[in-house]
Design a protein around this ligand. Sequence first.
Ligand code: PEP
Ligand code: MG
Length: 592
Amino acid sequence: MRKGIAVSPGVTIGTAYCIHEVFVDPSRGELTPDEIPGELARFDNARKRSIADLQALRQKVEKQVNKEASAIFAVHESILLDATLVGKVRTDIRDRQLTAQAALANLLEHYRSVFESAKDAYLRERFADIRDVVERLTSYLSDALKKDSGALDGPTIVIADELLPSQVVMLGDKPVHGIVTQAGGQTSHAAIVARSRGIPAVSGVAKILRSTKTGDTVVVDGREGHVIINPDPEVLAAYRKLEREFFDLRDALAHNRDAKAVTKDGVSISLLANINGPSDSEAAKAMGASGIGLYRTEYLYLTHASVPGEEEQLEIYKSVIGSGPGGAVTIRTLDIGGDKTVPFLGREQVEANPFMGWRSIRLSFEHPKFFLTQIRAILRAAAPSENSAGEVETPDVKMMFPMVTNLEELRRLRSFVRKAEQQLAREKLPFGKAAFGMMLEVPAAAVMIDQLLSAVDFVSIGSNDLVQYLMAADRDNPKVSHLCQPLSPAVLRVLHSVVKACNERKKPVTLCGEMAGQPQAFAVLLGMGLRRFSMSPAFVPTVKELATHLTIPMAEQLLTRVLRQTTTSRVKTLLNRELARIAPKLSPILMQ
Ligand code: PEP
Ligand code: MG
């Protein structure tokens, strides 16, 4: 058995299909001068075919997954159209007399060294895009693609170093039941696609390609992050049972979409969705969320060549509001920096600790023009408008600011909003009132919550960041993942005090970090008095089901017992045992 990071829940069994890189030996000697024109034409031809391929993929993904997922192919297309990159390859072929493959291998080495020295995780990840494009070109040059997309029969477990976006799509029509990768974590393409399709997946399984071959029987346990290769018959039988339970449960839960989210004793709760763009908001509706609790607008910037204009932002915000459930959307202003950068608002220098550096509102404050544009677009999206029946509707739009640390920042944010309102009024542009909220994700803000509450309309707890800052353990570093635990007693105490403070002051409070969708954490948060949860849409059905097994007194008692535990592992053991008793039916999808 191999251990990795659980990235998409469920248990599945299938036949391994190992994807090794398709590179061809680039060591062939120099071209002769008369071979050069032919080689240039071969390269151009491969480039044209790749572009056509990507356009087709983009359309396919847009139909099968969503528009945001397809944006990656537009990025790849733009790489293939990039004059510097193309020029570099052509110069190598023409002047250094290299074959197209050798020139591409050179190019990749060049970018590898450039990107590897980048301190920024997001930038380093973007190297994968260039690699994907180069692989695609190389495979056209070598005809390797045909070999690689060969037929897969029966339930397949794809095993790869890192699943490149194009490979995921190539596998789109194949019966992929599970995904295992050597690299990657919670936010890799493979993890995102796996979760959105409900495919169990495990990432970060070091060197698994060395110990597995195509044709092996593989068990993927995406709840615990386990991968078992060629298991014994008894182990296989046990997992077959779990796999059946997982499929049955997935089908059954899909039916609770239209049910109201209520606890066993009839207390209503809000199960909201975290989304990255308009088509996710359709998914949120399909999964039965009652609103959008976190719209991460940075993806709009990340897939853009420059800052998106006010009208464009307005259109997108309106389409998120229109396509999502209940017309209720909490729009978070740009949260760039940390693990994500955009070149046009990028860092001026490499930061030693980007997560503790120039990110989120800290960065927005220094780009007042762009910041105002976003705030104006949000206020305009909140304007009342007439629906098709001629009635005036006021959308429930909330504006939320990430990484708030102190009261001075809240005052400064208020003055930005006031300024935007004054400008819009002067320009006679219609706009609406958007509730003003802060994300609580910096420990200093948790300590000062009583003082900060008077300056906001609502709070949303960003537990992903709060946990990493509280535990001083990078959320993306597997080496310290044992510390970065939302169920650690320290985190639970802080969350409890924040929820209590908000409830006492009657300020609406939501939790929108990943833990909102984890059944164990949900039960404890419910016991703390939290009633609003925002999560990946895929987790809504499970949490809705779990709520029907819990009364508020049960959750409160559970919390009391949990708060007596002194270690994370004791908290987890207690919660796993109790949930297995309270909702045994959910065990096939409980991630440990
Ligand atoms: C969080 O920090 O919990 C959060 C929801 O925001 P993000 O994951 O985008 O930082
Ligand atoms: Mg955050």
